[in-house]
Ligand binder design. Sequence first.
Ligand code: COI
Length: 332
Amino acid sequence: MRIIAYGIRADEKPFLDKWSEENADVEVISTDQLLDDSTVNQAKGADGVVTYQQKPYTADVLDQLGKFGIKYLSLRNVGVDNIDVAAAKRNGIQVTNVPAYSPQAIAEFTVTQLMRLLRRTNTFDRKMANGDLRWAPDIAEELNQKTVGVYATGRIGRAAIQIYKGFGAKVIAYDIYHNPELEKEGLYVETPDELYAKADVISLHAPATKENEHMLNDAAFNKMKNGVYILNPARGALVDTDALIRALDSGKVAGAAIDTYEDEVGIFNTDFGSFDQIPDDRLKNLMKRDNVLVSPHIAFYTKRAVRNMVYFAMDANKSLIETGKSDKLVQL
Ligand code: COI
């Protein structure tokens, strides 16, 4: 059995090598290149493909995999929004993902960023670097005084709720699907509008779908409390960036932590050499603000998460090749 793993980063390689040692019956080929038109030929002769990338898995690439007779594509991440679903289906390609490599990694990072916003650490870091060691006027706020509105209560949302509660915050939540435990606690509100109206902090944990694209737009921001905080470690497409900039300018939004950005593909996880060279003015507008924390989609990026992404995706691909089954199959 042969599996080709695309886009393998230096931090993933030791985990892949270890998996390979433990699965001597599998021939593992790995490349640091991403899966696209120019690299898909390397998959010829493989039984399965393991991959992770933020740029799209296009119809051309999936058709080509189909021609090579490859039916199994295992993603090392959770999001499947960059797959051409029609092309995967017509080529009979089954897709697995890793739904829970470490929900805590993302939840911990989200709350870290909120704490940084509330405690104004960004402002104090900058002031101190300039020799200004005064307190005023940058007085902080406390999380235990806040109502946090968690949008979507899947694994990551629920992990975040645990941490928010630990800080003593009041938590409310919105989701179409109600988790029975949270339901018992009476955490759910009925509509997103109710969440917007009641929350001091909006913590987004939903996958990107056609329905929720730009769900945080001008209309949504207008329904929120003045001085709300916005946290988006989920998907850039959920937030209309222009509307966010307007809401920051007006003071409606007091601060935002943006780990995902709607135009991040090709920008995040790239070294541009200097701030000026970053080829995106809207992103630079956000990055220049003390009350906005932009991070390059790193909420997931921990040793435990990366190990699990590699192991669970390789296990899923092997299982599909051997048995045609995997508990990580995605319903496309
Ligand atoms: C995902 O797992 O879908 C993520 O968003 C993390 C990714 C950058 C590896």
